[in-house]
Design a protein around this ligand. Structure first.
Ligand SMILES: [Cu+2]
Length: 121
């Protein structure tokens, strides 16, 4: 084999390896994403999970997996508790809040009225 051919061969082997490596990686779009223990996914049908159990000191992250803007507000529709209020959570973005004390924290989407609970132990 000629030197040029050998180089080309190794180029393609390296390129194929890089593509395979990327495909097997964490951000592989072909693999389903896994929700982390401190995450609430905002989906078109509501908060997932509807009740999230965490330990005190956990930073809970609401991730908007929907195509609409959502806004997380503590309390229940019509009865906000003013403990936490998110900014507008746009599709693909997220908002976080750290829960330092044990308790049951109800929240809802101020735009759509859907409800959820954070159970802090
Ligand atoms: Cu909403």
């Amino acid at each position: 084999m000629q030197r040029g051919q050998t180089l080309r061969k190794w180029f393609w082997i390296t390129a194929a390896g890089a593509v395979l490596f990327a495909a097997c990686g964490k951000d592989n779009p072909f693999l389903p994403e896994v929700r982390q223990d401190n995450e609430v996914w905002i989906q078109s049908d509501g908060f997932n999970p509807k009740t999230l159990k965490v330990s005190a000191g956990t930073t809970v992250e609401w991730i908007n997996k929907d195509s609409e803007v959502h806004l997380v507000d503590s309390g229940t529709p019509g009865n906000p508790t003013l403990l936490f209020t998110s900014t507008n959570i746009k599709p693909g973005s997220s908002w976080s809040h750290t829960f330092t004390k044990a308790g049951t924290y109800d929240y809802y989407c101020r735009i759509h009225g859907r409800t959820g609970t954070i159970l802090v132990e």
